[in-house]
Design a protein around this ligand. Structure first.
Ligand code: NI
Length: 167
């Protein structure tokens, strides 16, 4: 396994649209293992392949306290979404920024696991929000892009300042 480099907003590569996975091979299993290691090490609760510059529809999520409940979603699709959640979100590609985004409280998702087996998953609360956040990444959308232009400008300025400080 290897730790992968996480792209930082506003990197244009975060806006690529991810393609569906068509071959469930060793390369995919390696990608999933590397993404999981990268997410756990960061540490974070979710990571989409696009964040490590791989434009494929692959997501890893673990919202458990003990960090022992990895969920792998390949080619995920939302079948049902209900309710409204109010959980603040963050993103490994947008360090230090936490904002409220409108999300469904519950989702039913259909996806494939890393071996190509289809399954459905019903999620609520943090897991549901996390899945919706990661699925946005697959469409090339970063969560801050749900916010007003003014807020986005402020966030970009804050991140540029962080970057200058760390340089
Ligand atoms: Ni994110």
């Amino acid at each position: 396994m290897a730790r992968l480099n996480i792209l930082r907003y506003p990197d244009a590569r975060l806006h690529k649209v991810a393609a569906p996975v068509t071959v469930f091979d060793e390369g995919l299993k390696r990608l999933v293992a590397d993404m999981a290691e990268t997410m756990y090490t960061a540490p974070g609760i979710g990571l989409a392949a696009i964040q490590v510059d791989v434009a494929k529809q692959v997501i890893v999520v673990d919202v458990s306290e003990r960090r022992d409940s990895l969920v792998v979603l390949v080619n995920p699709e939302i079948l049902e979404a209900t309710g409204n959640s109010d959980i603040e979100e963050g993103c490994l590609s947008v360090p230090g920024i936490y904002e409220l985004v409108e999300r469904a409280e519950r989702v039913k998702v259909r996806a494939y696991d890393r071996n190509g087996n289809a399954f459905t998953l019903e999620a609520q609360g943090l897991l549901a929000v996390c899945i919706q956040h990661e699925m946005d990444h697959l469409k090339g959308k970063v969560f801050v892009e749900h916010l007003s232009q003014l807020k986005q400008q402020r966030i970009r300025a804050k991140l540029a300042k962080q970057l200058r400080k760390s340089a």
